[in-house]
Design a protein around this ligand. Sequence first.
Ligand SMILES: Cc1ncc(COP(=O)(O)O)c(C=O)c1O
Length: 487
Amino acid sequence: MSDASLSARALQNLLGDWRGGLPGAAYLALADRVRLLVLDGRVSVDTRLPAERELADRLGVSRTTVTAAYRHLREQGYLRSLRGSGSVARIPGAPAVLPVPPAATHLDLSKAAPPALPWLAEVARDAADELPAHLGDSGFDPIGMPALRQAIADRYGVRGLPTRSEQIMVTIGAQHAIGLLARVLVGRGDRAVIEAPTYPHAYEALQLAGARLVPVPVAPHDPRFDGGVPPHGDEVEALERALARTNPSTAYLMPDFQNPTGRSLDADARRRLLDVAARQGTVVIADETTAELDIDRDRAPLPLAAYGPPGTAVLIGSLGKTVWGGVRIGWIRAEPPLIRRLLAARLPGDLGTPILEQLIATRLIGRMDEILELRRSELRAGRDRVETLIAELFPDWRVPHVDGGIAVWIGLGAPISSQLALAARAQGLLIAAGPRFGIDGAFERFLRLPICQPVAETEAAVHALRRAWESMPGVAAADAGLLPAVV
Ligand SMILES: Cc1ncc(COP(=O)(O)O)c(C=O)c1O
């Protein structure tokens, strides 16, 4: 069993607005929210929960409420009490393993990732034919095969950012790239600016490296909505201020089709951010995993590194969102001195990227225009269907219009995202609640809905959400306009 324990304060932060202003027994609302935190992985299995009295004091509820919530969780199999050492989080039927593999019967929209490219198996077969030519080498390749590094560099060239292959390191997916960069760039106690909401495993990697996070609000920019959505300019100013005032060693940003909001930074914003970063000595990690997933953007700005002095922005890319998550190929574009430091930091963790995967990736990157054309038409179909179906089934929800990316960040009008995600499970749909993308339980009023799934699955998911919504008694009232939080 791990020694991890959660203080009452930390749990309170994660719980956020756990009552959500809805009617019903407080102990059930509390138990439900803890259950979602465990299912989501925000509270890891084997983590010790705070003592009942301590939590009751912190939340300002009676001890009986917490006792009843813990009892309920125990009965459902989400808590185990250990004599003399409190209660630890569990998942029923999964002794110490996270995340729980989704049941085959569930539609999984907790991951915003496209299905595998239809011609992937064919490309893999062709790449396997090429393998014998490489079997004479040791096979340990921590930097990347020359042909693949060149293909990645050339792709940046096509996007308007001339790049040499020495500026590229091939990694095992973009997540590996983020983890490596965090280990190399972040010193314990350093500040790291992140967008809020953001891609959770990125800030987890920064935290693991010892960073103190400085979240800056991001909002999808949609001129159709006023109020509640800060205009683009405010966001850029807030980022500039955070960079200037907190002197972070790094900032992790998604300049294009941010996950989950879908917003992109224009050329002017990119220039301004890199100006400040260069002055402060901050390295901006630009996650471009979805940068090429344009649906109908007017004009694509250049990759972030084009807007500042060399070394100010490090770029990350991957095949996960264009080809398939199962092809574990990503990369880093950085100046050669940083590539050398990354290489030194990599070896204690892993000895290189698989050769066969690299052969597959080299072929795929050469066909990127064709791949993007397919993905663009799928994303357009997904986005358009989500917009019409949500307007039909949830007229009060706000779906900001995105011009690319993999998801929409829906405004629910009430702080019920976690409850809805739990209710959706009962309807066969796995979906990540808004707070999964924030720190400290924020974003309870939002839900990320992927647009990159096949349209039939997206439709089934939205219908499951509707059934889930109807199964939430408090929400049915809200739907009828009885709760003032709904606008
Ligand atoms: C923004 C972002 N960055 C990085 C990753 C990780 O990508 P990979 O599968 O290449 O490791 C993801 C995957 O969901 C993502 O959404």
